[in-house]
Design a protein around this ligand. Structure first.
Ligand code: SER
Length: 333
């Protein structure tokens, strides 16, 4: 399935379930000093979760432009080296503002993954916060997952917050086993090991938004229990296209081809140079979107992060032998 179709099916599915399709917001969060960049789909709805703003809908769905290259969520140094990290990426998300909660969030995710995208039910694993018996029971009742496909982890993995302060809550992640012939996982340790190795990959994070964290770390209940989910478009595209890396999907192939044209050598995914090709594809995309949202290179804040991305891109172009401007050619018309 092409990435454009994956995105559209997500939006259509949730629209049919009564969600308002909302546009992506800017990469620069409006009036929010706690955050450098929009790093998740929920950012544009922060004030709605906190009960500070009312909107005319209580369910929404988006495909949100995100950057994770500075601040709390920072993946910059992983990019190019791993198969799944990006500075810029798109997050598909459905949201409930005091409307449905865990049961529907889990049932919707399961229906989309298995019936719309046609992924294999037996390959899924869910993780839940160790205190969240309800979510564990719902993965069994709504999705039919067996006890050996549901694991309980701590705050590091299964409690989500956008920044040091703001809305937050326990979360439940849906993971997919990529092995040719999966063997049953028998313990939490084995699950974590396969997960860390990228063999069982996290696809979707369902956050059960229940609290606001203040500057002293104190948690106060939100006015209404809500849902915020995030499904990485690049990751789900890789799984649905049977690609061994997000970079080997239809999203990145044209950019890697461009790099190859500019450099004059084919892309070899397994070579050391392959890292630089992927860095150029990722960073060119991030720089283009950041510039389009009005961020310019500077000595501080957002502009400094952009400068670091540019520098890293230039360094990798240099490693490929380039001494001329390169990044613009990767995304340019
Ligand atoms: N906010 C959660 C995340 O970024 C779910 O969207 O993972």
């Amino acid at each position: 399935m092409q990435t454009a179709q994956i995105r559209q099916r997500f939006l259509d599915f949730f629209q049919e379930k009564g969600h308002e399709v909302r546009p992506s917001s800017s990469l620069v969060p409006g009036d929010d000093p706690t955050l450098l960049f929009t790093n998740a789909g929920m950012v544009q709805f922060k004030r709605v979760f906190l009960g500070q703003e009312k909107v005319s809908y209580d369910r929404a769905v988006t495909s949100q432009k995100c950057v994770r290259a500075g601040g709390k969520h920072n993946d910059l140094e992983e990019v190019g080296i791993t198969t799944r990290h990006h500075t810029f990426f798109e997050m598909l998300g459905n949201f409930s503002f005091g409307d449905y909660f865990k049961k529907d969030a889990i049932a919707f995710a399961w229906e989309l993954m298995t019936e719309v995208y046609g992924l294999e039910p037996d390959r899924f694993y869910a993780t839940v916060h160790h205190s969240d018996d309800e979510a564990a029971e719902l993965w069994a009742s709504e999705a039919g997952l067996g006890a050996d496909h549901i694991y309980r982890l701590g705050d590091k993995d299964n409690f989500w917050q956008m920044a040091d302060t703001g809305p937050c809550g326990p979360c439940s992640e849906l993971h997919y086993d990529l092995r040719d012939n999966p063997t049953p996982v028998t313990s939490t340790e084995e699950f974590v090991e396969l997960n860390d190795a990228g063999i069982i990959v996290e696809l979707w994070n369902l956050v059960f938004m229940q609290f606001e964290r203040d500057a002293s770390g104190e948690l106060t209940p939100l006015p209404a229990a809500s849902v915020d989910t995030g499904l990485g478009l690049e990751r789900v595209a890789a799984v649905l296209q049977g690609a061994d890396s997000n970079y080997h999907t239809d999203l990145f192939a044209p950019m890697l081809d461009r790099v190859a044209q500019i450099v004059g050598r084919d892309y070899d995914p397994d070579s050391e140079e392959g890292v630089s090709y992927r860095v150029l594809a990722d960073h060119a995309r991030a720089v283009a979107f950041l510039l389009a949202d009005g961020v310019f290179p500077s000595n501080e804040g957002r502009g400094y992060v952009l400068r670091r991305i540019l520098r890293r891109g230039v360094r990798h172009a240099w490693l490929l032998g380039r001494r001329e401007p390169t990044l613009a050619g990767v995304v340019g018309g």
